[in-house]
Design a binder for this molecule. Structure first.
Ligand SMILES: *[C@@H]1O[C@H](CO)[C@@H](O)[C@H](O)[C@H]1NC(C)=O
Length: 405
């Protein structure tokens, strides 16, 4: 079994080497971005010359989540700016939407297009590590997956943003786990559909049978040895053991052409690279914002989906499932309840959202307005946030779709 991990990592290594060979990095720029890596989301927004706000909300089950807002763009304040809510993916935080500079970050592109931009976070990441009674050192704090992100964290932030902005519905743009948690919310709390003007799914992840990500695929093969899995990954917060990480680093960093930042960052092991669209200058700042904290259950919930082929709630094992759900298997999400208009944006080179899986989702959602392939066959999972051409390849189309709603 072990050798399969190393084969997977070797594949990642090859991508990394290709990436590094293809880009020249300007030393002065790089130094500046190393400094920016320590800024929080609001500081990053302000540094780029935009108004930044920080807000805090407490979920129904006691998690205290800090999230961010860019109320307007370079043209200044104006009335009736529609709200758009941005939701990040696994291991990420609100910072991922504003770290690529003012021309190329989705957060700034949308603010300049006339939107009131709210940028969400979830429990467990660097902006969601407080709770009314639990502490991150309690195992119980970490007993959540993306189901709870969707059931509790998103509604709390959506309600807060709408009330604060004095509006009744918003555009919701999710990336990766931000789409999974959106679907979990919209299926489990269907009353939220009327608060969604339209949902834009970037790299939609619901069904996972065809996923490529070596890290998640390898995890799914360990499903039956949960103890081993927990000892490798962390039994609560996702914290791969030092032995696991050391072995990973040993393999991934043998090649001197790879920087320590790149080979040590789990996000790239999870999602892969695209050497054409990845701006290496951003690497230090990305590493400052991701991985940003996640629960082992979030990863396990995904690996369960690979095995079952179903989009359904977390499986605690037969006995606990029986107590919690009244059935041996967890219930499927009822996608027919998702009545909000949905726009799907996907690509053919995505390690997390395979084309066949996106098609299955598309066929099961009742209100898909458009299913759009990004017109670049190399576009990969992280490009939806950080591609050099993210505006022309993706966000110009999204903004046009937003105007239809
Ligand atoms: C890479 O990112 C840096 C920092 O935002 C930016 O100055 C540079 O123009 C970017 N390069 C490309 C090719 O977009």
């Amino acid at each position: 079994m072990e050798s399969r991990i190393w084969i997977a990592l070797a594949a990642v290594l090859a991508c990394a080497a290709a990436l590094q060979a293809s880009n020249e990095t300007d030393d002065a720029l790089l130094r500046r971005y190393v400094q920016d890596a320590h800024l929080d989301t609001a500081e990053l927004i302000a540094k780029n010359g935009y108004p930044a706000e920080t807000h805090t909300v407490t979920t129904e089950d006691g998690y205290i989540i800090t999230f961010h807002r860019i109320p307007y763009g370079k043209a200044g304040p104006s009335r009736n700016r529609p709200v758009v809510f941005l939701q990040h993916g696994l291991m990420c935080s609100s910072g991922v939407w504003v770290l690529a500079g003012s021309e190329k970050s989705p957060g700034f592109i949308l603010a300049d297009a006339g939107y009131d931009v709210w940028i969400g976070n979830v429990r467990g990441n660097k902006y969601g590590r407080t709770h009314v009674s639990l502490s991150p050192t309690d195992k119980k704090f970490w007993e959540f997956s993306w189901h709870e992100n969707g059931y509790y964290d998103l509604p709390a932030q959506i309600d807060y943003a709408l009330e604060h902005a004095g509006q009744s519905s918003l555009h919701f743009i999710g990336h990766s786990m931000g789409t999974t948690s959106f679907y979990a919310m919209a299926a489990s709390r269907p009353e939220y559909n009327k608060k969604i003007r339209a949902h834009f799914s970037l790299a939609p992840v619901a069904f996972m049978s065809h996923l490529t990500s070596p890290l998640l695929r390898v995890l799914s093969t360990f499903q039956d040895s949960l103890d081993l899995l927990m000892s490798m990954l962390g039994d609560g917060e996702f914290m791969p053991s030092s032995e696991f990480l050391a072995s990973v680093a040993e393999i991934a960093c043998q090649d001197q052409t790879i920087t320590g930042d790149l080979c040590g960052n789990m996000l790239f092991l999870l999602c892969g690279f695209d050497k054409e669209q990845f701006n290496v200058t951003l690497l230090p700042i990305i590493t400052g914002h991701a991985p940003a904290g996640s629960s082992t259950h979030q990863l396990l919930h995904y690996s369960q989906g690979i095995r079952s082929g179903k989009f359904r709630q977390y499986s605690y094992g037969a006995i606990e499932n029986l107590l919690k759900y009244g059935s041996l298997d967890p219930p499927d999400y009822d996608l027919s309840k998702i009545t909000a208009p949905v726009y799907l944006h996907w690509s053919s080179n995505d390690w997390m959202a395979a084309v066949q899986d996106v098609k299955e989702l598309e066929n099961k959602l009742p209100n898909v307005m458009e299913s759009r392939q990004v017109p670049d066959t190399n576009f990969n999972h992280l490009d939806f946030m950080w591609a050099i051409d993210v505006k022309t390849l993706l966000f110009d189309a999204i903004i046009a779709q937003m105007k239809e709603n």
